[in-house]
Design a binder for this molecule. Structure first.
Ligand code: FAD
Ligand code: NA7
Length: 528
């Protein structure tokens, strides 16, 4: 049984960042990755149209000036192959592959009380031990497909977006059914529509889709980004959602209704999340402001989509803007003006089964040659609870979190010493590279603290975990976010507890909360 100072599970954005940090501390580190390459999200999500919704210049690492200087993004919102190429470049640039075991899934990890170590078992028969276990398993890494009966009867092709094959999938001449209208489907639908004979979109809940306004970056823009990287990162670290944007500096109440429309129009044309963050600062905390922005979007849908019945179906009406994560569209609404595309509302006529010919709802059957399941993920907790992770006394993390996750800082769990989660539940909902950077930095500090003080274990006190739960609840309740049904509240999966899975207090605030813990000598933690 080989021993490492640290084992990292996952070789996506978080796992690579963690490996870099642990190496800098001089720790022997082994990474296990279920996929055949680095990339995580960008390795698995190869569906047509997949690309980031974060602007490229902040969807990157900030730990190396040289890396920043040598990498050039081609577009404002890079496509999946480019995001994957970036992570491959990082792995090679920092000679990371030698410490990563690919095609190796960690099945279990158990805290060994007597040895004060973790024992880790993989699916190839490997058994390992480590002092520090770092999970970097992703918040959107376990796809969810509702358990409809009948898939084995279906005679056509079918694909799950989060497990898209490496081989090219052709839609040409086919009758395609897409199930779902979340961020993933909204990226895929316009591309599939270009070649499918017919595309049927089965929608349960419409989304507020913001236009991405994607485009290539010019050489001048790229030079400017490189020149300004320090300022860009300083801005992103402070921004509530980790983007390089300044607050709008105004609320809806500050200006006239005519001004509302002018400002929102400018935000709409600028594209991306700037529609929300550079228009009015109270969109996601004030119902009235939210409704002004929401109605603006509904009116845009009614203007873009020519068939009035389809337009009304596409208009979200029973939850506020941002109460579901707003997707970015690349001519999404325009796609419904194509003669080969149809939208069907399955809210009151739910899908019941898959048949030999296609998809059946309570009252209808939709024939298909190809079905795309864009039905989301068992988000945030799913990947961790499906692994057999056992802390003190053999308690599994799935049991510990039966009524919802319990963590301190979204990084550590009481009863699970030296288990460090990058992007654990109750960590910030924000542009993820910014969050990962702060979390991994904190993990590095915690391990340094242990080593400098000749300590072996770190584990949060139960009262700190309870206080963090109350804190994240308070934060979400101060926003409009709790007024919808969303995967970030566990609502997308029947039976999953309805609890907030994220910290909605802002990326900058969170970073300071973490730093305060470190500077306070880790007072909320037991050490031994
Ligand atoms: P992942 O990239 O999910 O990597 C986790 C890795 O862990 C996977 O490779 C998985 O195979 C591996 N793993 C899991 N369990 C095990 C196990 N038991 N054993 C071994 N390996 C295991 N975020 C943004 O901030 N901006 C965006 O624009 C954005 N766009 C997105 C678009 C899509 C389509 C999706 C699905 C997500 C998007 N996200 C975005 C969120 C995205 O997941 C993160 O930005 C980021 O990629 C997460 O990195 P990660 O390393 O934490 O997790
Ligand atoms: P989402 O946003 O969870 O979207 C899943 C979609 O699938 C959504 O439209 C769901 O409708 C739909 N869905 C799920 N279950 C059903 C059933 N039973 N019947 C009909 N429709 C269903 O996942 P995505 O992959 O699109 O996006 C997740 C994140 O990945 C995204 O925010 C980005 O960060 C990347 P619902 O809304 O639940 O009614």
């Amino acid at each position: 049984m080989q021993h490492f100072d640290a084992i990292v599970i996952g070789a996506g954005f978080a796992g690579l960042r963690a490996l870099h940090e642990l190496r800098e501390l001089g720790l022997s580190t082994q990474v296990f990755e279920a996929g055949s390459d680095v990339g995580g999200t960008w390795y698995w999500n190869r569906y047509p149209g997949a690309r980031t919704d974060s602007e490229s210049w902040v969807y990157a690492y900030s730990f190396s000036k040289e890396l920043q200087d040598e990498w050039s993004w081609s577009e404002r919102f890079p496509p999946q192959p480019e995001a994957l190429a970036y992570l491959r470049h990082v792995a090679e640039r920092f000679d990371m592959r030698r410490d990563i075991a690919f095609d190796t899934k960690v099945e279990s990890a158990a805290w060994d009380e007597s040895a004060q170590r973790w024992t880790v078992r993989d699916d190839r028969g490997g058994l390992w031990t480590c002092r520090y276990l770092v999970t970097a398993v992703g918040v959107l890494s376990t796809p969810y497909v509702p358990p409809w009966p009948g898939i084995e009867k279906f005679k056509g092709e079918w694909y799950v977006t989060g497990r898209w094959p490496k081989e090219r999938v052709s839609f040409a001449g086919k009758r395609v059914v897409v199930i779902g209208t979340g961020a993933t489907a909204i990226q895929a639908i316009p591309i599939i529509a270009q070649t499918a004979r017919h595309l049927m979109v089965l929608q349960r809940t419409p989304n507020y889709v913001l236009p991405a306004r994607n485009g290539p970056l010019t050489d001048e823009e790229r030079d400017a980004i490189r020149r300004d990287y320090d300022a860009i990162w300083a801005q992103a670290r402070e921004h509530f959602f980790g983007f390089a944007m300044d607050p709008a500096g105004r609320t809806i109440a500050d200006v006239t209704p005519e001004e509302h429309q002018r400002i929102l129009e400018r935000g709409w044309e600028t594209g991306g999340f700037r529609f929300i963050f550079e228009t009015f600062d109270d969109i996601f905390i004030d119902d009235r402001s939210n409704e002004v922005a929401a109605e603006f979007i509904r009116n845009k849908i009614r203007t873009i989509v020519k068939d009035p019945a389809t337009a009304e179906l596409l208009c979200p009406k029973d939850y506020p803007l941002t109460a579901k994560r707003p997707p970015l569209g690349h001519f999404y609404y325009e796609t419904f003006n194509r003669p080969n595309v149809a939208l069907v509302d399955v809210k009151d006529d739910p899908i019941t089964e898959l048949t030999e010919r296609g998809v059946r709802t309570a009252t209808r059957e939709f024939e298909a040659d190809l079905i795309v399941f864009a039905t989301g993920f068992d988000a945030v907790t799913g990947t961790l609870t499906k692994m057999d992770v056992r802390g003190r006394g053999g308690v599994t993390i799935a049991d510990k979190w039966r009524d919802g996750p319990r963590t301190h800082l979204g990084i550590m769990v009481d009863g699970f010493p030296n288990l460090f989660m990058v992007l654990g539940p109750q960590s910030p909902f924000a542009n993820i590279p910014v969050v990962i950077d702060g979390m991994v930095d904190w993990i590095g500090r915690a391990i340094q603290h242990l080593r400098a003080n000749r300590l072996t274990t770190l584990e949060p006190k139960p009262e700190a975990v309870e206080a963090w739960r109350k804190h994240v609840d308070r934060l979400v309740n101060a926003t409009v976010l709790s007024k919808g049904r969303s995967w970030f509240l566990g609502d997308n999966i029947p039976g999953k507890p309805h609890v907030t899975l994220f910290h909605f207090g802002g990326a900058g605030v969170y970073r300071r909360e973490c730093l305060a813990e470190a500077e306070n000598g880790f007072a909320s933690f037991f050490t031994s």
